[in-house]
Design a protein around this ligand. Structure first.
Ligand code: CDP
Length: 216
């Protein structure tokens, strides 16, 4: 039996993947999973509880007890939460604890859109449509800086570029589910694109995958 029509959108921070993923979910009338938010919540709740980010046991306990209701806290959308997320995301037991919830999305009969770092490689390797969205670090830094200053966070562009470089290195270099393009994912470099242009390009890639999936 063919798998549900699931779209995976992976890539580094501020590549445009979140916006692209939510537009694709709206197009297809399906739910979207922002898997980064799970790691942000685990990091944020762990830090709020005064625990060390390298305390694997404590981090795993937080991940195991995580509920969907806890995800709506705006504190998890901040710059600091992105860093905390990337720190706890290196722990294999944390990733394992979050696996089931993510896999459930991948198995939804009506399909879904999954946004993250390892959606196409680890969580839903069978997905019929896969994108790997990226852009040059300088371009991503500027986008993230605009977003954070728009939310009222007083940050400099230099600091954000440094964050992005550090996070790319940690997410791509870790042993557990490192960020990488799946062999069958289509690469979309949005460096020279507006978000509307990028979303249109993503839509065309997904339409082609959908046509193949319908014929299969
Ligand atoms: O929004 P942004 O791209 O900055 O980050 P995010 O998607 O919210 O992810 C935050 C962090 O969580 C990433 O830097 C990764 O370390 C981690 N993450 C992960 O390891 N696996 C995922 N599927 C999603 C996020």
């Amino acid at each position: 039996m063919k798998p549900p029509f699931v779209i995976t959108v992976d890539g580094p921070a501020a590549s445009g993947k979140g916006t692209i993923a939510s537009r694709l979910a709206a197009d297809h009338g399906v739910q979207m999973l922002d898997s980064g938010l799970l790691y942000r919540a685990v990091g944020g709740l762990l830090a709020a509880g005064g625990k060390d980010l390298d305390d694997v046991e404590a981090a795993t306990a937080v991940a195991e007890a995580l509920t969907v209701e806890q995800l709506s806290d705006p504190a998890f959308r901040t710059r600091a939460a992105g860093e905390l997320a990337s720190r706890v995301a290196v722990h294999v037991p944390v990733r394992n604890a979050l696996f089931r919830l993510q896999k459930a999305f991948c198995l939804r009969p009506e399909g879904a859109v999954l946004d993250g770092r390892d959606m196409g490689t680890v969580i839903c390797p069978e997905a019929p449509a896969k994108l790997f969205v990226t852009a040059r670090p300088e371009v991503r830094a500027e986008r993230r800086w605009k977003q954070l200053t728009g939310q009222g966070e007083p940050v400099t562009l230099e600091d954000i570029l440094e964050d992005i470089r550090k996070r790319d290195e940690r997410d791509g270099g870790r042993a557990a589910s490192p960020m990488r393009q799946a062999d069958d994912a289509v690469l979309l470099d949005t460096s020279e694109m507006t978000i509307d242009h990028a979303a249109d390009a993503a839509r065309r890639i997904v339409e082609a995958a959908r046509a193949r999936w319908e014929r299969s």
